[in-house]
Design a protein around this ligand. Structure first.
Ligand code: UTP
Length: 289
């Protein structure tokens, strides 16, 4: 189905405290899984779905993201002169893509980061990707969400079942499944396990409509003193339907150390050049545990 969604916002201005000290001076979004930074996986996922424009919300210490998607003349010349054509193709893979960068001066929360993109998004629906939520490289989650959006013309957010003990790390939805999607009735950010309306946690893929901006403009700080997107969605769901798409396939919380290690192992095992040797290493290593 043809999509009407052309733009994606990548909030990348968070402080990345779970990954200190690596994220003290470099962006979490540039942490590599095997050889590719987290944010590039997210961009490639969108490109596969026909997204044409990217708006990256950056903050302090995030210049490496802009450099990563820019032309690197010196490096290109070096690769050309040494005949490293394959590497040249690798670094130029996303050359045709348009990126805009907006600075969030203070890390006031995910909701505030998205609000910073308002002047670029204007009155179109858009995708939001949190690139530390990493999906399988052949994931069709975003494609499925876009197709739900095209049928319903209302926001769609990705959810996944999480252990009850972990609900306080997520936005949690309440709602009923109907025709394969949740019709969301309420959302709550980081509830205590005993207060969570379900164990369906929101993960970092959203299709939103521009009416969220008016709500975000008035949104007061919530959990953790941050302007929370979940709180704004809670207001929006009183005005229009919001749908929850239960994702298929694996999702790695790569902004967390354990999730990052799991992603690295799984991606290395799928990498043509590394898989055989890495598998051998893992089998030997496990024997000594
Ligand atoms: P996280 O909750 O993962 O926060 O943000 P964080 O600061 O990046 O990492 P930790 O928890 O301290 O380790 C979710 C997403 O929202 C972005 C982050 O960059 C991440 O993509 N974000 C968060 C912003 O862009 N601005 C903010 O003010 C807060």
């Amino acid at each position: 189905m043809a999509t009407t969604i052309r733009k994606a916002i990548f909030p990348a201005a968070g402080l990345g405290t779970r990954f200190l000290p690596a994220t003290k001076a470099s962006p979490k979004e540039m942490l590599p899984i095997v050889d590719t930074p987290l944010i590039q996986y997210g961009v490639e996922e969108c490109v596969r779905c026909g997204i044409q424009e990217f708006i990256i919300i950056t903050g302090k210490n995030k210049r490496a993201i802009e450099d990563h998607f820019d032309i690197a003349f010196e490096l290109e010349e070096k690769l050309k002169s040494t005949g490293k054509q394959k590497m040249l193709e690798v670094i130029n893979k996303l050359q045709e893509i348009k990126f805009a960068y907006i600075r969030q001066r203070e890390a006031l929360g995910l909701g505030h980061a998205i609000l910073c993109a308002k002047p670029f998004v204007k009155d179109e629906p858009f995708v939001v990707i949190l690139s530390d939520d990493l999906l399988d490289p052949d994931s069709t989650v975003l494609k499925e969400m876009m197709s739900i959006y095209e049928q319903k013309k209302s926001p769609v957010i990705a959810v996944e079942d999480v252990p009850r003990a972990d609900v306080q790390r997520y936005g949690i939805i309440d709602g009923k499944m109907h025709d394969g999607v949740y019709e969301i009735s309420d959302l709550v950010e980081k509830p205590k396990p005993e207060n969570a309306p379900s164990t369906k946690g929101i993960i970092g893929r959203y299709i939103l409509t521009p009416d969220i901006f008016d709500i975000l403009e008035k949104q007061k700080p919530g959990a953790g003193g941050e302007i929370q997107l979940t709180d704004a969605l809670r207001t929006l769901v009183k005005k229009r339907p919001i749908y929850g798409y239960d994702i298929k396939g694996r999702r790695y919380d790569a902004g967390d150390k354990l999730g990052y290690l799991k992603a690295t192992v799984d991606f290395a095992l799928r990498n043509k050049e590394l898989a055989a040797d890495f598998r051998k290493f893992l089998i030997e290593r496990v024997k000594t545990l």
